[in-house]
Write a protein that binds this ligand. Sequence first.
Ligand SMILES: Nc1ccn([C@@H]2O[C@H](COP(=O)(O)OP(=O)(O)OP(=O)(O)O)[C@@H](O)[C@H]2O)c(=O)n1
Ligand SMILES: O=C(CO)[C@H](O)[C@H](O)COP(=O)(O)O
Length: 442
Amino acid sequence: MNMEGDNCDPDRPAHPGIFPAGEGGQSYHQPWERSVDFPVSVVLPAGGTGERTGLQTPKQFCSFLGRPLISYTIQSFERVSWIQSIVVVVAKENMDLMTDIIQRFQHRKVRVVPGGSTRHRSICNGVLALGGQGEEEERLPADKPKVVIIHDAVRPFVEEDFLYKIAMAAKEQGAAGAIRPLVSTVIATTSEGYLDHSLERARYRASEMPQGFTYDVIYQAYQRCTESDFDFGTECLHLALQYCGTNAKLIEGPPTLWKVTYKRDLAAAESIIKETLSRSACVITGGSAGAVTLADALQKAAGALDMELDVVPDLKGDNGRYLLKEWNFIQVSVNHSSLSEVESMLKDLEAANRALLHPLVVIWVHLSGSDELSVSGRTPEPAAIADVASAAKLRNILLYGIQLHQSKDTERWERSVLRVAEITSALIRERSPALVGQLLQA
Ligand SMILES: Nc1ccn([C@@H]2O[C@H](COP(=O)(O)OP(=O)(O)OP(=O)(O)O)[C@@H](O)[C@H]2O)c(=O)n1
Ligand SMILES: O=C(CO)[C@H](O)[C@H](O)COP(=O)(O)O
């Protein structure tokens, strides 16, 4: 994990964050579309300093794989076709940084507005901006939606189906919010630090995000609430109840809605990001019988490691869709020690303009047709893959090689295939720059 501005290379943007749905609103495993026939916009408060992380950089600007947390969160909303616009609220001093992030990661539906001294003040600025009531110099065209979804910028893992539930319930009820069971019992203390009373845990829930409101409810709630609410309040649903008489519909959300609050949460977020990016790969066989047999065996072995592999002969025609997905690539070559097939795939990736935006893993699996360890002319030159990998790295592609040998001994062969699957899974998961260009032995 990097702190934005510390050692993130601006020329090499990272993976766009697809948690867990893919780009363009499609899911990895089940493409589906919800239809929402009313305008929905989003306010992402991102104006805090992240004091509790103990880091200099506000947590929303901390980077994972070269991409700031806020960009992953934006992506989670941007890929939802029925969300029309997103207002990101940041501290005045971070407006330029945020604008730069929007350009660098090609966010399309986003506007940036200046935040306030507390979370409620920031959210209120976002709501006002949606109604065309921003500060004079930053006033944006009115874009008043029917429903506003409010979501902390530091909760990157929100899914379309849950947003749909919140938006629909908000429209019906005026307000809706995510809840989770309490992990610990809540107790009240006396001023001397003794137990006053404890709450019956089963009756209470933790309030999480996202929350949804009709525009009129959240607008009126902020118009009517007190300075004390603005300064000390932590709950938008409470404002809707107290100032608009709106009882929010509460919907239990998945555990991934948790808020990045402490330093350890940043490590957990990084691990989820890596895990998500490691789930799938596309295996290209070139169509030869030997490569197809190996690819099928790999697919089975990887399945046992919770990885989904799709096997295709090439990336032409309809298979070109893989070039646009958030998948990793495995090129299988049989008795073909030159890297021409890999180079051709890298060209396809470049032509799809995919690699320029998203760093991805390409693994060359080279199968030589002998039990012998080194058959002259068939074993690839380590220097060759290192050269191709260095060039690919400049385009944000991490190329690794795995070498295995054909064996008539079934047990030995199965062991090798399993080993390839394990190395593949580890390479994709770790994305280690140190191993780029290495030809590993399975
Ligand atoms: N003046 C503020 C304070 C907070 N937030 C945002 O509200 C969300 C949830 O708040 P929290 O986790 O408390 O963030 P911080 O205030 O940054 O953290 P801390 O309390 O540890 O300083 C974050 O996305 C944060 O950026 C905001 O927009 N404006
Ligand atoms: O879960 C929430 C309910 O609205 C908020 O995210 C939470 O209250 C924010 O509080 P804080 O800024 O103190 O972490």
